[in-house]
Design a protein around this ligand. Structure first.
Ligand SMILES: [Zn+2]
Length: 300
């Protein structure tokens, strides 16, 4: 197992945008959507946190979460969702929603990446503790890879460093991008600009709640570049109305909703979710789920 490793300082630089700092909150914030099915992970509980890779902490079920707080003001019921994709990696198990720990390694993940035609390399962001006092976080994960290119031929800039399961999910996200870009524009996506994957931190808007970025178990995607050179950005192209009126708007709507509805990721947050996500989609594989692809009381 060889590949890049990261000093604590370098790790903090992987997430580049300030907007990304908000992505941390998204994981919890996302739980505020009507379709919320779980809860975010919280730090600083009175329960002793176990140390080491794979360590888990089951928080008291009575502990309120940002998700639960917003769920009280939930919107009308949503129509039935499509069946999960055969390549769904979203965690639909409600019993582990409060587990606060790096994601479990996935057996045969490397073999699955190879079978999916993904070009990747092993990397390392060791599980460790960071911070001071009650703000200490457990960050890193046991199964990290550099995601170089998928079978769809899409590259990400900068090159993402994510959990192996996230890489698997990205491979199928790329397939969705290819299908929807062909449908909307008649051409393929060749490049995705991303704002960050790993950052050891709490959620910006929910202090004490752990971001999936802390485990490199999330990515923020900002812009999709087509083969012709046309760039479709979330900031400029996303439409917040009930209907979309542009090809870019339709493409972004279809990609985000398919990604959530088919279960490729646990959480999908878009500009519908809040102003912090006005310029990117946040995708992660948390143990809880939130649908940030539809209007919510928090949306602008
Ligand atoms: Zn994010």
């Amino acid at each position: 197992m060889s590949g890049p490793s990261f000093s604590p300082v370098a790790r903090r630089t992987i997430v580049r945008s300030s907007a990304c700092a908000f992505c941390a909150l998204l994981v919890a914030a996302c739980s505020g959507t009507p379709a919320h099915e779980g809860a975010a992970a919280r730090l600083g509980s009175p329960v002793e946190r176990p140390e080491g890779p794979g360590a888990q902490l089951l928080l008291p079920s009575a502990m309120p979460s940002p998700a639960a707080a917003v769920a009280a003001s939930a919107a009308p019921p949503q129509p039935p969702r499509p069946a999960r994709s055969p390549f769904a990696y979203a965690n639909d198990d409600p019993d582990d929603d409060f587990v606060v720990a790096p994601p479990e390694p996935r057996a045969d993940c490397h073999e699955a990446l190879t079978a999916a035609g993904v070009q990747f390399a092993d990397a390392k962001i060791a599980v460790h503790r960071e911070g001071k006092g009650k703000t200490q976080l457990t960050c890193g994960a046991d199964q990290i890879v550099v995601y170089r290119k998928s079978a769809a031929g899409i590259t990400y800039e900068p090159t993402p460093i994510v959990t192996c399961t996230m890489a698997l999910a990205l491979a199928h996200f790329d397939a969705v991008l290819e299908e929807e870009a062909t449908r909307a524009f008649g051409e393929r996506v060749v490049r995705v600009t991303q704002l960050g994957t790993y950052a050891c931190r709490e959620m910006a808007a929910y202090r004490g709640w752990v971001s999936e970025h802390s485990y490199a178990n999330a990515i923020d995607v900002e812009t999709f570049e087509l083969k012709s050179g046309k760039r479709v950005s979330v900031l400029a192209g996303f439409e917040r109305g009930d209907e979309t009126h542009t090809r870019a708007g339709g493409f972004l709507r279809a990609v985000s909703r398919r990604t959530y509805d088919e279960g490729l990721f646990s959480n999908v947050l878009t500009p519908f979710f809040d102003a912090l996500h006005r310029n990117h989609f946040h995708l992660d594989l948390a143990r809880y789920r939130n649908d940030g692809t539809r209007p919510s009381p928090e949306a602008l």
